[in-house]
Structures are given as structure tokens and as C-alpha cells.
Ligand binder design. Structure first.
Ligand SMILES: O=C(O)c1ccccc1NCC(=O)[C@H](O)[C@H](O)COP(=O)(O)O
Length: 209
């Protein structure tokens, strides 16, 4: 049975990471984007990273940040992969020598932009003018169903326990990513919501495959 991978993004507390790991998620995202309520500093991130065991990927999320800033994150935190959430080019993303996720907001140009990142795991997110990510807004999942037939895609944007089964049934993504949908407040994950989300994904996998 094909299993939909799960990434939880924007964790800021050791207890939330331990709960996510116990739930068996595949990846945990630490946010370094300026202005995010989920942003962690380098020292905090390095400590959080220690709580993520080897078979769960640690993802460092950055957004249009200078090379030296990202390099410092790579050197200090040692993430398994990077997630680029801004207007970075494929060359910008590739120069750290790590696997990477490229977020594309489902605005007007996403369909052409996806071709520019042949080596990325594409994350499809909502396009909310003036907001970068973690917005809790959904988009029409039918728009990415073609992409998911052609390459692995991580579906994100406004997912939560009550809509992720429908999202998986519609788009058949390789993975799903959630931040605000498993929170009680920005940056504060809810163990109950994380658990409900994982169970909903498991239900979707059982009924779709
Ligand atoms: O989480 C943030 O605050 C954030 C800030 C700037 C860029 C990206 C950010 N988050 C990205 C994500 O958490 C997810 O990849 C994605 O946007 C889904 O978020 P949500 O709709 O809250 O589930």
C-alpha cells in the first residue's frame, strides 16, 4: 500500500517534536523565515534538531534569505533538507548541496514555475497576497492532480484533520504538509490535532489504495 508521507511544519517546542516523532511523521520543519510567528533562532533550532531521530527528516524552511544566513543554518542545525519558500531560483536552492523542497504558491504562474525545478520536491501552497506561508488557506486541489501523476508533490495549504482525507482523495499527493491546522496558536502545536491529522491521513490511505 502506498503511504502518504506527512510533514509537520513550524514546530518550536521540544514537547511538540517528541509528540510528532511518536506519531511517526516523516519530516519536521523548523521555520527561519523572517517575520514568522514560528521562527526559531539558531540556538533554539540546534537544540530542537537534537530531538529529531535519524529516520525522521529535519527540514529547515527559509525564505529569500542571504547565502551566508542559510549556510549558517546548514552548518549549525545540520538539517536533512532545505525548504525554500520565497522567490529563489533552482540555482539558488541547489548551492547548499542538500536535497530541497520548493514551495510554489498556487497563483497564476505556478504551472510554468514547476518546470524550473526538476530536482526539487515541489510543495504546493496557497497563494495569499501579502502572506508567505502557514496561512491556513486552501486552494482547489484539482489544480495539482495532473502534477501528482507526473512527479512527487507535497500538498500544503490549509490542511487539517477534517479536510485532509478529501485532499488526498482528490490530488493523490506523495506527501502532505501542515502547520496551522495542527496548532492551538501560531507556533504552538496541539497534540490532539496532530494525532487527529495523522489518523485522518491513515484513513485516507486505507480507503484510496
Ligand atoms: O509558517 C510560517 O509562519 C511561514 C512563514 C513564511 C513562509 C512559510 C511559512 N510556513 C510554511 C508552512 O508552514 C507550510 O509549508 C505551508 O505553508 C502550510 O501551512 P498551513 O496552511 O498553515 O498548513
Amino acid at each position: 500500500m502506498q503511504r502518504t508521507r506527512i510533514k509537520f511544519c513550524g514546530l518550536t517546542r521540544p514537547a511538540d517534536i517528541e509528540a510528532a516523532v511518536r506519531l511517526g511523521v516523516d519530516a519536521i520543519g523548523l521555520v527561519f523565515a523572517p517575520g514568522s510567528p514560528r521562527r526559531v533562532d539558531l540556538a533554539t533550532a540546534a537544540a530542537l534538531r537534537q530531538r529529531i531521530p535519524g529516520l525522521c527528516h529535519c527540514v529547515a524552511l527559509v525564505m529569500d534569505q542571504p547565502y551566508d544566513t542559510v549556510q549558517a543554518i546548514v552548518q549549525t542545525v545540520r538539517p536533512d533538507m532545505l525548504q525554500f519558500h520565497g522567490s529563489e531560483s533552482a540555482a539558488d536552492c541547489a548551492r547548499f548541496g542538500l536535497p530541497y523542497i520548493k514551495a510554489l504558491g498556487l497563483g497564476g504562474e505556478a504551472e510554468t514555475a514547476v518546470q524550473a525545478f526538476p530536482n526539487a520536491l515541489i510543495l504546493t501552497d496557497s497563494h495569499a497576497p501579502g502572506q508567505a506561508g502557514g496561512t491556513g488557506q486552501t486552494f482547489d486541489w484539482n489544480r495539482v492532480a495532473d502534477w501528482t501523476r507526473q512527479r512527487p508533490v507535497m500538498l500544503a495549504g490549509g490542511l487539517h484533520a477534517d479536510n485532509v482525507e478529501s485532499a488526498i482523495a482528490t490530488a493523490r499527493p506523495y506527501a502532505v504538509d501542515v502547520s496551522s491546522g495542527v496548532e492551538s496558536a501560531p507556533g504552538i502545536k496541539s497534540i490532539d490535532r496532530m494525532q487527529a491529522f495523522v489518523r485522518a491521513v491513515q484513513r485516507a490511505d486505507q480507503s484510496n489504495h
